[in-house]
Design a protein around this ligand. Structure first.
Ligand code: GRF
Length: 211
């Protein structure tokens, strides 16, 4: 039996969070995309990472797609599965299968603004603090125990693009931190909340703080 060490990263598009994990030296078991033309696929190939495409369009139902996806993931026996801009709603069977070892990065301060178009919705709501969240994935979309959050102040002249760009910088920071903690065995879920077993570990940061 092999010991699981690496991370399987699931992407659908640009793949900048995946790239941030690769560049942080996270051991990558494979990158899997549901779209063959995702820009992130090209990057992963350029780094000689194992890459697989499981096209959701090839399956008649969500259940069938998730089964095929799980079969592909399990070929790499990963320790962790990291969703990084993976734009598919996952079935409960899938989230159960990877319970406690499935992370997601979401571009808002959850539980505010689950779902899509988070930056536009944050601007529309007039929040002064926006941000991003890494959380364990459960059956409920964009819920699940929160590992770490970064707060990003909203500037008076922000538009969706400017705000998204500043949040993205923080996504990259907190995702690599959360994945490191996970791989070091430091994350514990206690009564639905995540605790980091590391003295002084901070599960939040502000955008203007040094790394
Ligand atoms: C990120 O904002 C992520 O939080 C969200 O989708 C976007 C994906 O960006 N889930 P990238 O593909 O990682 O560049």
């Amino acid at each position: 039996m092999t010991t699981a060490v690496g991370v399987v990263i699931l992407i659908s598009g640009r793949g900048s969070n995946m790239r941030a994990l690769v560049e942080a030296g996270v051991p990558i078991a494979a990158v899997i995309s549901n779209r063959a033309d995702a820009a992130g696929v090209e990057f992963a190939r350029s780094r000689d990472l194992p890459v697989a495409v499981v096209a959701h369009t090839a399956y008649p139902t969500r259940e069938r797609f998730d089964e095929a996806l799980a079969a592909e993931i399990d070929r790499y026996s990963p320790r962790l599965v990291a969703l990084a801009g993976f734009m598919r709603i996952l079935t409960p069977a899938f989230t159960r299968r990877y319970e406690g070892r499935l992370l997601n990065i979401h571009p808002s301060l959850l539980p505010a603004f689950p779902g899509l178009h988070t930056h536009a919705r944050a601007l529309e709501a007039g929040v002064r603090i926006h941000g991003c969240t890494v959380h364990f994935v459960t059956a409920e979309l964009d819920h699940g125990p929160i590992v770490v959050q970064a707060a990003v102040p909203v500037q008076p002249d922000d538009d969706e693009g400017r705000l998204a760009a500043r949040v993205l910088v923080q996504e990259h920071r907190i995702y690599r931190q959360a994945v490191r903690w996970f791989l070091e065995g430091k994350l514990a879920i206690e009564r639905g909340a995540v605790r980091v077993r590391e003295p002084g570990a901070r599960q939040w940061l502000f955008a203007d703080q040094a790394a």
